[in-house]
Design a protein around this ligand. Sequence first.
Ligand code: SAH
Length: 263
Amino acid sequence: MSNDNKTIHDFELKLICDFFSNMERQGPGSPEVTLKALSFIDHLTEKSVIADLGCGTGGQTMVLAQHAPGQITGLDLFPDFIDIFNRNAKKLGLQDRVKGIAGSMDNLPFEKESLDLIWSEGAIYNIGFERGLKEWREYLKPGGYIAVTESSWFTDERPSEIHHFWVDAYPEIDTLPNQVAKIYKAGYLPIATFILPENCWTEHYFAPKVKAQEIFRNKYAGNKIAEEFILLQSDEAELYRKYKAFYGYTFFIAKKVDKTCTI
Ligand code: SAH
């Protein structure tokens, strides 16, 4: 990558970060859904060690922390998100057991077999579903849990417009039975699978996005990249409205097992 490209790329990243900083969450989800996923996980204590990978500004992490015991580390690639995360933890009085750190999910700063639970909402796609499942498993204690959301196809066939959108954006999107099989194959026992309800997209993601767009539009008036970025965001909401019967996000909760499935 040339220096020029790097500068443009960095500038775009900064814009994207700035945009999403104005939202409580950076992906589809809701407090109710976070708690539903948590309800499938047992044996957490004050000694539990939990990581939230691709935590963003920590919308879901704070909900998790308010309902689960243990130490929670949120990890995200963007230091700006982590600053907001740590401010949020402090505001809620959670700073002693909830800490945000900047880092990458493909190079985790944890000891192998040290985590009781790996959480990741709307973020595993950054490393890829199968790769994330495989690599993150190493960091879980035997019997530890993973709880992730991932985009799924709900049908075997779908209209070509939405098919091509996803194949271009994230070719690893797959059907639910294939995803459950991948979890099993990666060395986990699938515990629960449920589809995120529509309000996780509309009320908790697209609606706050409209507000964030207003702030952004005013701040970056006349900036071409910013305008294009906003247009792209509106496409996403329109596609969802049109094709929500064919795709969405799924929560997968699974438990690390040994090869003979004995835990
Ligand atoms: N979990 C949050 C954020 C989801 S958006 C929520 O549900 O609201 C995806 C997040 O993954 C972003 O915050 C992005 O900065 C982060 N991310 C992207 N690549 C990453 C990487 N390699 N390592 C860690 N975080 C990453």
